[in-house]
Design a binder for this molecule. Structure first.
Ligand SMILES: *Cc1c(COP(=O)(O)O)cnc(C)c1O
Length: 235
């Protein structure tokens, strides 16, 4: 038993060390002088028990990619931590819009009109404003979520004018196994072009580069939480 307890303790300490290391890297990046970069710890597949040390440490901004998993995990947490800030970072089905609006504070995966209309309806119904990032398919990958580059302008108009959604920025996942820098640069240019100030880009493997291109939100999972391999697969 003692062994188990000390192993748990060592695991928690290692987690906090990785968290501090990422925070320290973020604080050294002068990407936006007047604005702190928002660190979203992506906790998909990890149970609350593994996340608890971060909550105790004072961190409040977390990301999940599935509505049901997020709801099971986080629903009870808000009572104890009312300043919890939950970010939806994964593909969102429009039939889950209402549940998502109730649960999340920010959505990073707005990428099609049907979802925009469903979110607008859900926000009206709940009188809750959930900030949205429009996800852009920067690598023009067929299988990937995100609005196509050539449709971005009309989609933004749909979100802003028809749906009156609070669109605050753009989000991307660059293609795997490619240098992400040109994609980060592209996303930053698109945001500037469309008068959007926030950029959700950068994950464990590439967040330092994303910062160099002006990321305002980084979504970091494994570099803080550890490998997801031994966890139950999530999407
Ligand atoms: C899982 C996930 C992340 C975090 O990935 P890591 O490589 O573990 O940092 C970030 N963004 C999205 C959309 C994700 O699904």
């Amino acid at each position: 038993m003692q062994d188990l307890k000390s192993r748990q303790q060592a695991q928690d300490e290692a987690l906090l060390q990785r968290f501090e290391a990422v925070q320290s890297t973020l604080s050294k990046q002068p990407s936006l002088p007047s604005c702190e970069v928002a660190l979203i710890v992506v906790t998909k597949t990890f149970p609350l028990a593994r996340i608890a040390p971060l909550l105790s440490h004072g961190h409040r901004r977390f990301g999940e990619n599935r509505v049901q998993e997020a709801s099971d995990k986080w629903d009870g947490v808000r009572d104890e931590y009312p300043d919890l800030c939950l970010h939806a970072v994964g593909a969102l089905q429009s039939n889950k819009a209402l549940q998502a609006v109730r649960l999340f504070d920010v959505i990073h995966s707005l990428d099609r009109p049907r979802l925009a209309y469903a979110l607008a309806e859900a926000m009206a119904k709940t009188s809750k404003n959930v900030e949205c990032f429009v996800q852009v398919n920067v690598g023009c990958e067929q299988q990937k979520a995100g609005v196509a580059l050539k449709e971005l302008e009309s989609f933004l108009r749909c979100c802003r004018e028809k749906c009156a959604l609070p669109v605050v920025g753009l989000m991307c996942l660059p293609p795997h196994e490619e240098t992400p820098a040109p994609y980060f640069a592209l996303l930053a240019n698109l945001a500037r072009e469309h008068g959007l100030l926030q950029l959700s880009m950068g994950m464990s493997a590439d967040y330092v580069e994303a910062l160099a291109f002006g990321a305002t939100h980084v979504r970091i999972g494994s570099a803080i939480m550890g490998s997801r391999d031994e966890n139950i697969p999530s999407a």
